[in-house]
Design a binder for this molecule. Structure first.
Ligand code: NAD
Ligand code: UDP
Length: 335
């Protein structure tokens, strides 16, 4: 294990952020999760709240804050289309002002910053699969642009702070990631389908379901994020995701199969600007970080289904313990 570090995780009570906090605590670090709980929840970190190396700071990243840390993982942002379209102006500001505040803090205390960018910077891609060199096809005035352009502007700020002001940066373009602790009302395809299947409701497939996505299990993503942060020189942007590509209809059928549900597929209108295809080229992550997703879709879906069964009260599983990676934490509960 590397030396113990003081680490800030913005968005630390969210889906990815809470799994990242688990990993960092397990690695022996001191972790502050900064979150306004707008799309995340205290329940995601409930099992960490009494840990002596963990602190939850309820705060909005667009407002100034001050903590002395060695690492900043900047994950705060609504991430699902329904969440980020609810208040699009705020989404842009959270991404732009949020990363600006993180970068200024890093400049002041000499911390290294990881920026959670997204495959959305590629928009509805004309190049398939997408390498990091592809510059994307984003509609700058569409209903997704608050998020897509917010993240693109954030990438620009990250690189300018690096080039002009010497801040150490790391940046990953994250492709669709799923797992336990996605919010029930998140609206993303994996959580929607699982919740619908477990409730015996129709699975809402948008369009004909022929659009594709590549789904990465959260533990694989977290491994890639930590490897990138601790790489001595690699700044990124680096694609992180699982290149196995599925149509949305295939995903629906797999979820019905794995849940044993009697639910059926119901077709709904395709949202505006919905990307037709998405698959990462991860050669760079493989070469630079030794990153290789290990969890096949079926295995990851099983774990996620178990997590949602717990949340929905269909088993005795506690939501905070839903991931197989959630082994008991070292030095727990000593205030
Ligand atoms: P999430 O909504 O579960 O987590 C985001 C967290 O940020 C939440 O806890 C939320 O409360 C917090 N937050 C939002 N606005 C905030 C603010 N103004 N101040 C403080 N906290 C705030 O979503 P997630 O899937 O865990 O996404 C985490 C990050 O990863 C996001 O930056 C997202 O853009 C990025 N990402 C995720 C995926 C994915 O598939 N999960 C893909 C690409 C990029
Ligand atoms: N989708 C769907 N049904 C749902 C939710 C999403 O068919 O209930 C589709 C959506 O139109 C998109 C894909 O699934 O084509 C992935 O959507 P998600 O919101 O998970 O992520 P993103 O579009 O940002 O990749």
């Amino acid at each position: 294990m590397s030396a113990a570090l003081r680490i800030l995780v913005t968005g630390g009570a969210g889906f990815v952020g809470s799994h990242l906090c688990d990993r960092l605590i397990r690695d022996g670090h001191e972790v502050v999760a900064l979150d306004d709980l707008s799309t995340g929840s205290k329940a995601n970190v409930a099992h960490l709240l009494n840990h002596r190396r963990f602190r939850l700071m309820e705060h909005d990243v667009t407002q100034p804050y001050d903590v002395k840390v060695d690492r900043i993982y900047n994950l705060a942002s609504p991430a699902s289309p329904p969440h980020y379209q609810r208040d699009p102006v705020r989404t842009t500001m959270v991404n732009v002002v949020g990363v600006h505040n993180a970068l200024k803090l890093a400049e002041g205390c000499g911390a290294r910053v990881f920026q959670a960018s997204t495959s959305e910077v590629y928009g509805d891609p004309e190049v398939h699969p997408q390498p990091e060199s592809y510059r994307g096809s984003v509609n700058p005035i569409g209903i997704r642009s608050c998020y897509d352009e917010g993240k693109r502007c954030a990438e620009s700020l990250v690189m300018d702070f690096h080039r002009r002001r010497g801040v150490e940066v790391r940046m990953a373009r994250i492709f669709n990631t799923y797992g336990p602790r996605m919010a029930l009302d998140d609206g993303r395809v994996v959580s929607n389908f699982i919740v619908q299947a477990l409730r015996g409701e129709d699975l809402t497939v948008y369009g004909a379901g022929s659009q594709t996505r590549s789904f990465c299990y959260v533990d694989d993503l977290v491994e890639g994020i930590v490897r990138l942060m601790e790489h001595p020189t690699e700044t990124g942007p680096v694609n992180l995701g699982n290149p196995e590509e599925f149509t949305v209809l295939e995903l629906a059928e797999e979820v019905i199969h794995l849940t044993g549900s009697r639910s059926r597929v119901a077709f709904r209108p395709l949202p505006q600007d919905d990307p037709r295809q998405r698959q990462p080229v991860i050669d760079h992550a493989k070469r630079a970080l030794g990153f290789e997703p290990k969890v096949p879709l079926r295995v990851g879906l099983r774990r996620t289904i178990e997590g949602f069964r717990g949340v929905l009260g269909l088993t005795r599983h506690a939501p905070g313990l839903a991931s197989e990676s959630d082994a008991p934490l070292p030095q727990a509960a000593n205030g």
